[in-house]
Write a protein that binds this ligand. Structure first.
Ligand SMILES: C[S@@+](CC[C@H](N)C(=O)[O-])C[C@H]1O[C@@H](n2cnc3c(N)ncnc32)[C@H](O)[C@@H]1O
Length: 201
């Protein structure tokens, strides 16, 4: 039964409300939001329910993740939550069009840097003037000593895969700018995370 494929990530329960507060302010009132690296699909359910005038398009490269997203979608029966699609941020062009905003939660430190490059390139291609790309996660920031919990997390990530690790915010911004995305704002979030908002220039 498809519903058995639903996965749960405890972090989602902690971060979805603070994230929703940010999204309410940043996302357009209507349109299509592409979520890159949707994981379990729980964020999509929460945001699609809270923002019924937006169509939520989840995606993930992992078969099990897409099965989980599809199972959550079937269980929750939300008309504005679309079927998940396969997007590997590194593999361009992405099979999607007509996007008004892009959201990517907790991916860029748990994937090779090429995924961030692909994300910025496709966001730059798909978004129109002023439309947002919203990232969420932990970062390194010049002038800010890294928080002990993020230091431990970073070391753990690099042990698991040498291509992973917390990204330097300045490098992420430079990559974004090279694809026509300007930094709009950085919002401090609970548990030493940041929401980072770019807009197509
Ligand atoms: C830590 S999980 C975060 C999932 C979800 N956004 C959340 O916050 O619960 C990282 C996700 O990134 C996805 N991912 C890894 N590499 C990726 C890539 N190259 N392109 C797109 N997604 C990727 C994984 O499949 C996984 O679902």
């Amino acid at each position: 039964m498809a519903l058995d494929k639903r996965r749960c990530a405890p972090a989602v329960t902690r971060n979805r409300e603070p994230l929703l507060t940010v999204l309410r302010e940043i996302l357009p009132p209507v349109g299509v939001v592409l979520e890159v690296a949707s994981g379990t699909g729980e964020h999509g359910v929460h945001f699609a329910r809270a923002l019924p005038n937006l169509a939520w398009q989840p995606s993930d490269p992992d078969d099990g993740a897409r099965a989980s997203i599809a199972a959550w979608r079937e269980a929750e029966d939300l008309p504005n939550l679309r079927e998940p699609i396969l997007i590997d941020a590194r593999k361009r062009p992405w099979p999607v069009q007509g996007v008004d905003a892009i959201v990517c939660i907790n991916m860029i430190h748990i994937s090779p840097w090429e995924a961030t490059e692909g994300l910025m390139a496709e966001a730059g291609r798909l978004l129109s003037f002023g439309q947002p790309l919203v990232l969420y996660g932990p970062y390194r920031r010049s002038g800010h000593p890294i928080e002990p919990s993020n230091q431990i997390f970073d070391e753990d990530l690099r042990r698991r895969d040498s291509r992973w690790g917390l990204r330097e915010l300045d490098e992420v911004c430079a990559c974004a700018l090279s694809e026509g995305l300007e930094l709009d704002r950085v919002i401090e979030m609970p548990a030493n995370n940041l929401s980072v908002v770019f807009r197509k220039n």
